[in-house]
Design a protein around this ligand. Structure first.
Ligand code: PSV
Ligand code: MN
Ligand code: MN
Length: 388
């Protein structure tokens, strides 16, 4: 049976990174519903993220999105984060909102547009130098809508060339994390549609290029945990963008739609050594809270990832290996389900109390009165970035 002290130590050591854009107003292409008290600038986003860390104890990093989080002085922003007990995490690029990118960015047929996109990615690396961020996270909206619109192979070549230029600019301690997504906004071909395409590019680039698995970026029925196991085995899993999907890229709270899938993913992470810091797996959230209150939603998501991790840590690895060796299908499945069916909330409550935290982070935040305070103080809060 797993040693509970070791399980607790692993849970206390896990780091979950929250996205700056999760704190801002967001919505669908139909409507952005403004909420009271949302941050008016990147500094206030960090204030919110710092509260999430204060209540959960495991969310000390914040991903930025450029240019949504544009400031004059990134070193000052990093210092501000530090003062509040958090640090800046992955820098997310944005090559999908300029008019110039109608036919793509790094895969665009026009070299001038590609140059503009690469310039932006290089600027993001400059920002990483200033903030001390280790990861450049790339998601490209590139693709085509109609058969024949562009040459699929030529687009791959342009992509490879662009990525190589950016990769060459990275420092020794910096990584490139390449995200894939099977469709949207392009509907016919997408230039990085799946893990295999991302992996092929990463392999050519070098060891500091790794794949990001955004849990919302797969076709229904895709076995995401298999992809996770495979990438871990190859040493090319860079991290996760956790969120939930019911239909497409829904960006709902992690663990809300399919907690069992999140458990299965975390089981592969634990089984394959992905929790160890040396594995270099970034556990990030990539979510938008369109209709629910934002800070408590991020806290809840962090707790959901913790719960899935706790259950995965409770899998009796010896019993599982023995049952698998014996070819005992039912016993092996039962070992996994025993862990999944365990109510880990008491364990997590105890862990938080041992660490001087409130056992119920969402309730503690809501009780604090901060939500009402920021609603009164922050007039005219900003959008996460859509339309920025
Ligand atoms: C768009 O699909 C997306 O949700 C990607 O997952 C990125 O990670 C995120 O936006 C931020 O650019
Ligand atoms: Mn993502
Ligand atoms: Mn997405």
């Amino acid at each position: 049976m797993p040693d509970i002290a070791a399980v607790k130590a692993a849970l206390a050591a896990q780091r979950i990174e929250t996205p700056s854009w999760g704190y801002g107003n967001s919505g669908t292409r139909f409507k952005v519903f403004a909420q009271q008290g949302v941050p008016r600038d990147p500094y206030e986003k960090l204030d919110d993220a710092a509260r999430v860390h204060a209540y959960t104890g495991v969310a000390p990093k914040v991903s930025l999105h450029i240019p949504w989080d544009r400031v004059d002085d990134y070193a000052a922003l990093a210092a501000y984060a530090k003062e509040r007990g958090v640090e800046l995490g992955a820098i997310n690029s944005n090559t999908f909102q300029d008019d110039a990118y109608r036919l793509g960015s790094v895969c665009h047929p026009d070299p001038a547009v590609r140059r503009r996109a690469v310039r932006h990615l290089l600027d993001c690396v400059d920002i990483m130098d200033a903030t001390g961020s280790a990861d450049l996270k790339l998601w490209f909206a590139d693709g085509t809508n109609y058969p024949g619109q562009d040459d699929v192979t030529a687009r791959q070549e342009r992509l490879a060339e662009s990525l190589a230029e950016v990769y060459a600019r990275l420092g020794d301690d910096q990584r490139m994390l390449l995200e894939y997504k099977f469709f949207e906004p392009a509907f016919y071909t997408t230039d990085v549609p799946d893990w295999g395409t991302a992996y092929a590019h990463c392999l050519k680039l070098g060891p500091r290029a790794r794949v990001v698995v955004d849990t919302g970026h797969h076709a229904p029925g895709t076995n995401v945990e298999f992809i996770v196991a495979l990438l871990l085995r190859e040493g090319r899993l860079g991290g996760f963008d956790f969120n939930s999907r019911f239909y497409a890229d829904d960006d709902l709270m992690a663990g809300a739609a399919d907690p069992f899938q999140l458990f299965r993913i975390m089981h592969e992470v634990v089984r394959n050594g992905g929790l160890a810091p040396a594995a270099g797996i970034a556990f990030m959230l990539d979510q938008c809270h369109n209709v629910e209150a934002k800070v408590p939603a991020v806290i809840r998501s962090v707790c959901n990832v913790q719960e899935a991790t706790a259950k995965a840590l409770l899998v009796d690895a010896d019993a599982l290996a023995a049952a698998q060796r014996d070819g005992d299908v039912l016993a092996a499945h039962a070992v996994l389900m025993d862990a999944y069916d365990t109510d880990v909330r008491p364990l997590l409550r105890a862990l938080r109390e041992e660490r001087g935290l409130d056992p119920d982070p969402v309730a503690a935040y809501l009780r604090s009165g901060r939500q009402e305070r920021i609603a009164a103080e922050r007039a005219g809060g900003d959008q996460a970035g859509w339309g920025a």
